[in-house]
Structure formats: structure tokens, C-alpha cells
Design a protein around this ligand. Structure first.
Ligand code: GDP
Length: 365
């Protein structure tokens, strides 16, 4: 399963946010593909379309799709020098598919800040520097190796060297590898390096309880946004403390509480959706009377691979995917009406599944 790693300096609200995730989170029993690990929180992906499909089909059961957050504790200055804990921190980051960095944007004199004052950009730079230095070391090593082959005019090595030099320049200017503009071929090359700063990054600005309804007055948030724009990263604003409280409520209470606060969607739900997009994930649905269910796939996956998300047998024996878009299904009102209107397509092996497709797979066992 894909996973997003949560990082941040001490006392920024990481544990509070992770608590909210595990409290609100799903039981791993429903999601057997997920890891059982105390540092992993499983979250269900909120999706209005699933509710609508449930209304239409009236199934016995509705199952949202889910993915994982991993709590990566223990950033220390000097991590990239490969000492003990620091080394472990970086190797954990290497394993995740996206990085969620919690940044302290709340002022609270009772809570010590590690460097003595609240300064989100300083904080971000402490963490990012370690990632950049680790990548720089990896890139330098690779340049030394590939450089020799490039001298003999080996075409692949020359192409790789060019990419390495571009990435190195960015890193030396304190910019993550993901800010380098590359062609598709070059992107394929850079992917092989498994760089930490190539991973998508989301900054979570953790603001105070009184600011969540209208964070526009919080100058720290503005500064994080400016920084993220240059950094090719996204930003969302949450109040971790409030999220921890919301996580204890049932759906009805939650709706009331959010209305009271004057916010439409909880920070946690925003975080889940933003991370889902960041990971390049999309959702297709199956809609039978037994079960209406959302399934996660990666953008660009073909029909048989998507069938394989349900079961490997579905992929192996794939014949066809009876497909209707969510809009067409809701527009016509039922599967049979959609069929009559000619909205249900029979898609084959090469079909690239789209977000919102409602699919019935036909397969040989
Ligand atoms: P971590 O070290 O990054 O895991 O930080 P914690 O989650 O343990 O939070 C550190 C302290 O900040 C705790 O006392 C939290 O209650 C407090 N805290 C976390 N989020 C907020 C917030 O949004 N507002 C305020 N006022 N305090 C917070």
C-alpha cells in the first residue's frame, strides 16, 4: 500500500495530528492490505460520490477506500551525516511515497519551541536541509560513477550525467529535486535515483484554536505558502488540537461542531484528500447490491491492473470492464437506465481507467 510519512520538528503538533488520524482512522481488519504497526494510521478517504452511489443502489454494505499515514519521529540536525537516529530517520523517509511536513504556526508561550521562537520557515529549512544534503551526497556518488562512462561517450551515461548535473545545481541552491523541470525521459532517469527531495511534499500549517475559522490573519501561514510556491509543494491549514477533539465525535456531532467553528471540511479530511492527490491516486467504484465500494488506483493504470486491486485473479483472468462514468450513472439514475442510454461501455485491456469510473469486471477464473 502507498503511504505518506508525517515529519516535523519536536513540539510542532505532529503527535497531536497523528493521534487525530488514528482516532478517526479505520480498523485495519477492514483493510487487510494495510500494515499493522503502531506508527501507521489507516484513514478512509472521504468521498461524497460514495454516499450518492449508496443512495442509488441501496447496497447491504458501503466501503470507502483507505490509505496509510506513517509517523516518522526523530528528525535531528545532522541526520544526513548518517549518525544513529538521524540515519534511521532518513531511511524511513526513503520508504514513503509522499512527505507531510507539520509546521508550527501557532503561538503559545506555554509550549517551548526547540529553537526558542516560532519561525516556520526556519523550521522547514532545518528539515529540508537534511534531505537536500542526503540527496547531494547520493548525486555526487552517482556523478563520480557515471562520469567515467560518459567520458567514453556512452549515450545513456551522457544523458544521465546531464540530469545529475541539473539536480545537483538545484540542490546546491537549496532547492529540492522536485523543482527541476525535466522531460519525461529525464524524469524516468531521475526516478531511478530514489531521491528524498523528489518525493511530493505537503506542508501542514498547524494554527491555533482561535485561528482555524479564519487563518488569513496568521502571518506564519502566509510565509509557509510563499515558501511552498517556490518549493513546488502544497499547503493546508489545520488546528491539530481541534482535529484531535473532532476525531472523538460521531458524524452528526462532527457536522455540528464544524458548523459552530464556521468551517466546511475538517482539517483532517482536507489533509486526507490533499495527500491522496499528492500521491497521484484516484478512485473507481464497484456498485452491486451486496456492496458499493471505492477502490484506489494510480492515475494511468489500465483496466486489468485496476481489476488486480480487488484481487489478483481478476487481473489474471481479465476479459472486459463494463464501465460507466459516475456522472452518467447518477445522471441516468440506475445501471439499467445507463445501459439503455448507451452510456455503459465495454472496455478492454488497454483502457486507462478514469477517476470516478463505475466498473463491473468480467473475468475468467
Ligand atoms: P510533536 O512533538 O511535534 O509531536 O508535538 P505534540 O503533538 O506533542 O505537541 C506539542 C505541544 O503542542 C502539546 O502540548 C500540544 O498539546 C500542543 N499543540 C499541538 N497542536 C496545537 C495547536 O494547534 N494549538 C495549541 N495551542 N497547542 C497545540
Amino acid at each position: 500500500a502507498l503511504t505518506a510519512g508525517i515529519v516535523g520538528l519536536p513540539n510542532v503538533g505532529k503527535s497531536t495530528l497523528f493521534n487525530a488520524i488514528t482516532k478517526a482512522g479505520a480498523e485495519s481488519a477492514n483493510y487487510p492490505f494495510c500494515t499493522i504497526d503502531p506508527n501507521v494510521g489507516i484513514v478512509e478517504v472521504p468521498d461524497q460520490r460514495l454516499n450518492k452511489l449508496t443512495e442509488l443502489v441501496q447496497p447491504k454494505k458501503t466501503v470507502p477506500t483507505a490509505f496509510e499515514f506513517t509517523d516518522i519521529a526523530g528528525i535531528v540536525k545532522g541526520a544526513s551525516k548518517g549518525e544513529g537516529l538521524g540515519n534511521k530517520f532518513l531511511s524511513h523517509i526513503r520508504e514513503v511515497d509522499a512527505i507531510v511536513q507539520v509546521v508550527r504556526c501557532f503561538a503559545d508561550d506555554n509550549i517551548t519551541h526547540v529553537s526558542g521562537k516560532v519561525d516556520p520557515i526556519d523550521d522547514i529549512e532545518v528539515i529540508n536541509l537534511e534531505l537536500i544534503l542526503a540527496d547531494l551526497e547520493a548525486v555526487d556518488k552517482r556523478i563520480a560513477r557515471v562520469g567515467k562512462m560518459a567520458k567514453q561517450k556512452d549515450k545513456d551515461s551522457l544523458a544521465e550525467l546531464a540530469v545529475l548535473e541539473m539536480v545537483k545545481e538545484a540542490l546546491e541552491n537549496n532547492l529540492p529535486a522536485r523543482t527541476v523541470e525535466l522531460t519525461d525521459d529525464q524524469q524516468r532517469i531521475v526516478r531511478q535515483f530514489h531521491l528524498l527531495t523528489s518525493k511530493p511534499m505537503l506542508y501542514v500549517s498547524n494554527v491555533g484554536e482561535d485561528e482555524i475559522a479564519d487563518p488569513s490573519g496568521n502571518e506564519y501561514v502566509e510565509r509557509v505558502r510563499e515558501f511552498a510556491a517556490k518549493d513546488n509543494a502544497e499547503v493546508i491549514v489545520v488546528c491539530a488540537k481541534i482535529e484531535e477533539e473532532i476525531a472523538e465525535l460521531d458524524d452528526e456531532e462532527k457536522a455540528m461542531f464544524l458548523e459552530e467553528l464556521g468551517i466546511e471540511e475538517s482539517g483532517l479530511d482536507q489533509l486526507i484528500r490533499a495527500t491522496y492527490n499528492l500521491l497521484g491516486l484516484a478512485t473507481y467504484f464497484t456498485a452491486g447490491v451486496q456492496e458499493v465500494r471505492a477502490w484506489t488506483f494510480r492515475h494511468g493504470m489500465k483496466a486489468p491492473q485496476c481489476a488486480g486491486v480487488i484481487h489478483t485473479d481478476f487481473e489474471r483472468g481479465f476479459i472486459r470492464a463494463e464501465t460507466v462514468s459516475y456522472e452518467d450513472l447518477v445522471g441516468t439514475g440506475s445501471m439499467s437506465a445507463a445501459k439503455e442510454a448507451g452510456k455503459v461501455r465495454l472496455e478492454g485491456k488497454e483502457y486507462i481507467v478514469k477517476d470516478g469510473d463505475v466498473i463491473h469486471f468480467r473475468f475468467n477464473v
